[in-house]
Design a protein around this ligand. Structure first.
Ligand SMILES: Nc1ncnc2c1ncn2[C@@H]1O[C@H](COP(=O)(O)OP(=O)(O)OP(=O)(O)O)[C@@H](O)[C@H]1O
Length: 355
């Protein structure tokens, strides 16, 4: 059992609150991701789990046991640092064996463990090669194998693939997800990349300045962000957050370009959130009598399968994500709308409001 629990953990560096009263429970075998902007406390949380730092307040438990005073070695948690670099002068096999040789593990056990990990990562046939003769993807798998060859209680990964190019990153994250499932181990993962966090994790914790703002499954956080802060972090293009007022036909925003007839809308909403994929765009015709007002197409970005349309409603800018390559030109006038059930409401201070 390697569930990892923080109870009201605080860590300060001088006057900086790196981790501020954090409480969470990572389940055994879970792929748990910390996501947040730079300096939000992600790496400090990993160092606290590893035992490289001690909390100023609160309690850390691994497998049900308090570990505040337990040494890093006794915690038996493996850390995979950024970039997963291999030793160039060693074969892939020697690279993978290295952590066990270094720890003086018996040869028979090393052979068994390496064979086991090599089978899971599908690298048995390339182990005799030096890193220079491996493709980028193969090198990644060997590096991951070297990190996984120990048999710790849990793995921690700090932005392990951020230095790779976009294609290799996509491939590797699929590998990592599959490997974690097959190994059946707890994995705590830190990333700067919202798409990576969404695609890889069972659950995500969202951090802001050392505080945990929301914990949940990716889809749950995406569909029900607890605040405008969280809403803006996940999704690309980001959610449109617009000042809203109570109008005759319902909630209005973007200078009257959006009108939401939603009887369940909370009366204290001051902002609404619209995901770009939830905005519908249709050509405006002068004969239309009904509100809302038209908006001008500011820019069109065709991305192949999707098109991002930026809309200008007075000073407000909105982004709509449309399927395919619709016939929409810059400077055209269009009408926009959104299903009431897809609208997010936020109150003063940015907290999400229930309908
Ligand atoms: N050893 C240290 N001494 C002083 N301040 C530190 C130390 N380590 C971290 N901090 C501060 O604690 C806060 C959290 O830093 P941390 O590295 O945990 O954030 P992070 O989210 O991992 O950032 P990044 O994404 O840039 O790696 C920051 O304000 C940072 O400056």
């Amino acid at each position: 059992m390697a569930d990892i629990v923080f109870r009201n953990v605080t860590k300060r560096y001088g006057t900086t609150l790196a981790v501020d009263d954090a409480s969470f429970a990572v389940n055994d075998n879970e792929f748990f991701c910390f996501f947040g902007p730079p300096l939000s406390g992600k790496s400090t949380i990993l160092r606290l789990v590893l035992g490289l730092e001690a909390p100023d307040a609160g309690e850390i438990l691994i497998g049900g046991k308090p570990v505040n005073t337990v040494s890093p070695a006794e915690r038996n948690v493996a850390m995979v640092f950024q970039n997963l670099a291999l030793f160039p002068h060693m074969s892939a096999l020697d690279n993978v064996r290295f952590p066990l040789v270094e720890r003086g593990v018996a040869e028979l056990q090393i052979k068994k463990r390496v064979a086991d990990v090599a089978a899971k990562l599908h690298i048995g046939h390339i182990l005799h090669k030096p890193p220079a003769q491996l493709s980028g993807g193969e090198r990644q798998r060997v590096a991951i194998a070297r990190a996984l060859v120990r048999d710790p209680n849990a793995y921690l990964m700090d932005d392990p693939i951020s230095a790779l190019d976009a294609r290799l990153r996509e491939e590797t994250r699929v590998e990592l997800k599959r490997i974690q499932r097959e190994l059946g181990k707890t994995l705590i993962y830190v990333t700067h990349d919202q798409e990576e966090a969404m695609s890889i994790a069972d659950r995500i914790a969202i951090l802001e300045s050392g505080r945990i703002r929301q914990i949940g499954a990716p889809a749950e956080i995406y569909d029900r962000p607890a605040s405008t802060y969280v809403a803006r972090l996940l999704g690309s293009p980001v959610m449109n957050i617009l000042k809203s007022v109570q109008g005759e036909g319902g909630i209005e925003a973007a200078e009257g370009a959006i009108s939401i007839a939603d009887r369940t809308a909370p009366a204290d909403a001051v902002e609404i959130g619209l995901r770009p994929e939830d905005i519908k765009v249709r050509p405006w015709s002068d004969t239309e009598k009904t509100s809302p007002r038209p908006v001008r197409v500011f820019e069109v970005e065709p991305l192949g399968g999707y098109t991002v349309v930026t809309l200008a409603a007075g000073q407000a800018r909105l982004k709509a994500l449309l399927r395919g390559q619709p016939d929409i030109r810059p400077d055209a006038m269009v009408a926009i709308s959104c299903e009431p059930t897809r609208v997010h409401y936020f109150g003063q201070g940015g907290g999400a409001l229930a309908r």
